[in-house]
Design a protein around this ligand. Structure first.
Ligand SMILES: O=C[C@H](O)[C@H](O)[C@H](O)COP(=O)(O)O
Length: 278
């Protein structure tokens, strides 16, 4: 009974966060909207429907199979990322996260989606993250214990070896719930490696003098993300960091993989917001 109540409380928290995020960031004249993956994004789509705008002109860009099914089941119109007219910039992209730190860096991929999520977020003016209080931490890898990494199957063991060199302790190839069914496949038919590391340093940690260059296995977020992406065989890493959309636009580019705001449903029913400072 207590378990059922706990699950219901978490679902209520996700729904509250989604409703607030959509109320604050969904443009009334939205033309292109990115829709992420996972269990929390379901409430984002519910909240979008709840706005009652349902414009014929709005198109929703999915980040994988589940996301597309969600869009279509809600009676909304999906357009695949590779079918977007050249130069299309999404008005906004919403997505969940496995953990978010003080700088709004995120870990994503716990549900096996990260590559399409990243390219959709990076094509949007604003990327908005929606989650519950379990995901709200000061540093990444506090409550959530590993970094999901999407890899080419042929390179998986090579990547495992390289991750150990970077300081990961016991990285594993993710399997299906029944390990006899073999490795879990992504929407790209790639494998996932789940790589535990020590908690990742934030900008405040670095400003306070901590190195974060991998010495003794301690990494700063962006430094580790860069190192992992450099390994041949890695398609994408489930660390979303670096520029926000507005920062990218100010530099003459499009979109960023770091959200401009993250909304967390709290156990007391309130919604906590963390906003990017720059
Ligand atoms: O792989 C899945 C995605 O990155 C999800 O957005 C992330 O795992 C959060 O999922 P949920 O909302 O189910 O906690």
């Amino acid at each position: 009974m207590a378990d059922v109540q706990a699950v219901e409380a978490v679902e209520a928290a996700k729904r509250a966060a989604a409703k607030t995020a959509v109320a604050n960031h969904y443009p009334k004249d939205a033309r292109w909207v990115g829709i992420g993956s996972g269990t929390t994004i379901v409430y984002v789509v519910e909240a979008i429907k709840g706005l009652g705008l349902d414009s014929e002109a709005t198109r929703y860009v999915p980040t994988g199979y589940q996301s597309r099914q969600l869009i279509v089941s809600a009676g909304l119109t999906a357009v695949e990322f590779d079918a977007l007219p050249a130069g299309t910039v999404l008005d906004v992209a919403f997505d969940g996260a496995d953990e978010v730190d003080d700088d709004l860096n995120c870990i994503k991929g716990g549900g096996a989606c990260l590559f399409q999520e990243k390219i959709v977020a990076m094509q949007a003016k604003e990327f908005i993250c929606v989650a519950d209080s379990r995901k709200l931490q000061s540093r990444l890898l506090t409550n959530w214990k590993y970094i999901p990494i999407e890899v080419a199957p042929i390179a998986a063991y090579r990547v495992l070896h390289k991750l150990v060199e970077l300081g990961s302790v016991n990285p594993v190839i993710r399997t299906n719930a029944d390990p006899k069914e073999g490795p879990r496949k992504t929407d790209q038919d790639f494998f996932l490696i789940d790589a535990p590391f020590a908690p990742l340093l934030t900008s405040a940690d670095v400003a306070a003098g901590q190195a974060g260059d991998g010495t003794n296995g301690v990494w700063e977020v962006s430094a580790l993300a860069r190192k992992i992406r450099e390994i041949s065989g890695v398609l994408e890493v489930g660390i979303f960091c670096g520029q926000t959309g507005p920062q990218a636009a100010a530099a003459g580019g499009i979109g960023g993989q770091r959200p401009i705001a993250a909304y967390f449903g709290m156990p007391d029913g309130s919604v906590s917001v963390r906003k990017a400072t720059a």
